[in-house]
Design a protein around this ligand. Sequence first.
Ligand SMILES: Nc1ncnc2c1ncn2[C@@H]1O[C@H](COP(=O)(O)OP(=O)(O)OP(=O)(O)O)[C@@H](O)[C@H]1O
Length: 264
Amino acid sequence: MATTDAETPPPAVRLSGLTYDYPDGRRALDGVSLEIAPGESTALVGPNGAGKSTLLLHLNGLLPGRRWSGRRSAPAVWIDGLDAAHDAVQVRRKVGLLFQDPDDQLFSTTVLEDVAFGPLNLGLAADEARRLALECLERVDLADAADRAPHRLSFGERKRVCLAGVLACRPSVLALDEPTANLDPRGRRRFLRLIASLAATKVIATHDLEMVLEVCPRTILLDAGRVVADGPSRRILDDETLLEAHGLERPLSLLIGRRDGSAS
Ligand SMILES: Nc1ncnc2c1ncn2[C@@H]1O[C@H](COP(=O)(O)OP(=O)(O)OP(=O)(O)O)[C@@H](O)[C@H]1O
């Protein structure tokens, strides 16, 4: 169900008044509206509990969000013009979600099986799924781990296996939850290079504000489930008053004036 005409491509992501309460009644998102253009790289930042992960879970329909329209709920999430509630299967195919914790994502006996699971599930033949899985493992420098058990890999390796699994489904939107958390400096750099090289639309929830300056021209600041700022990363991350008001600190490179403003 497209929401715009054929000449104007719809936003890759559109949220309209998205509100979500967890079953225990805790409100995690409170009237979030935003649009992200195809190919854009956008950071979601904010203090712990701001609603970043909850927002990412909505992008591929893992949680049922809503928008109030009188007494009835109405669509609130669209991906490439598709209503995430109505066209859930298609939307899940479009959005690759990288979980914060790789152990929430990995479940197969071998790395190759894990990465091939998505393509197989999408209906690819076994040979083709295997070929694609190996290709994606090569992209994350883990082709030689194909036959290993995921739970025997290091955290950083498991995270890369998860990314390979996401890429193997060829998503048009990548929703990445804390992609650089708990990685060592070399692993972090490697992950950053890889993320920067991907053409998909990226929505990245993170506390790594240096990464935001490198990879995301745009930043959305969430607090208590609401969007409190949305604009060029360099401007938002250099605004000490704004950041302090929401429990964040200016990234070191801006504090010491080392950043040339590449993600401005
Ligand atoms: N499964 C859950 N059940 C109940 N409440 C939850 C659940 N998951 C998250 N919450 C609550 O929803 C709110 C938003 O949480 P969320 O994990 O989306 O925040 P976040 O911005 O990703 O935080 P962090 O930076 O710590 O990862 C918080 O108040 C949190 O306690």
